[in-house]
Write a protein that binds this ligand. Sequence first.
Ligand code: ZN
Ligand code: FE
Length: 253
Amino acid sequence: MPLTVHQFPCLSDNYGFLARDEATGQVACIDTPDAAAILRELDKLGWTLSMILNTHWHADHAGGNAEVQTATGCRIVGPAEVTRIAPLDREVGHGDRVSLGETTFEVIEVGGHTLGHIAYHDAADHIAFVGDTLFVMGCGRLFEGQPEQMWTSLQRLAALPDDTTVYCAHEYTAANARFALSVDDAPALKARAEQVFAARERGEPTVPTTIGQEKATNPFLRAPLLAAHVGAAGQPDHFAFAAVRQAKDVFKG
Ligand code: ZN
Ligand code: FE
């Protein structure tokens, strides 16, 4: 039985996600950007929350934990770093499995944006929740980690099957596409950027994406191919990644 994902915008550019295991009706909420919005969506759908799955400790991901738990009595699962701002019922790390009814999420360590950032992969349904690690045509800023750690994390996600549906936590895609066009001439990029700009003009989300689409058009995943263009020719792959990340950090598009 599949996992049904309900996605909704909240705060200025976050997405909230409710995931329902259809076999049992159990529901997980991936991160808690906006407690009021999460409780409203649960109410609208008539779904009962079983657990919160946190990806990292930032307030726009775990800041609503207490309010959502108080309102629903759900359990909270996440990486140890979340305890910097709120308690957890279960700490998880790389390779751990989390059950939601008949659905199993495998935890993938994807540090870099924060040191302890994790992603949740439901292999049976080809779905991954990646928080602020991988964005559509982008990746998270390195607030805590080093480029080598983030590059390793992105490679872990890139190794998932191409048809994996990837739920990113922010709608940053139009800005990411403008940057991508400035550093990369991937054959698939121009057409995709046009689709993205049109979708955003219509007010439509560009999330989710897929691993296959990102491998074709995301300049961070394609960094080794762009090495010469970003001044990292002949350097290890994570140097090329660091150069692309640096270029994005100063890009004024
Ligand atoms: Zn974050
Ligand atoms: Fe965030």
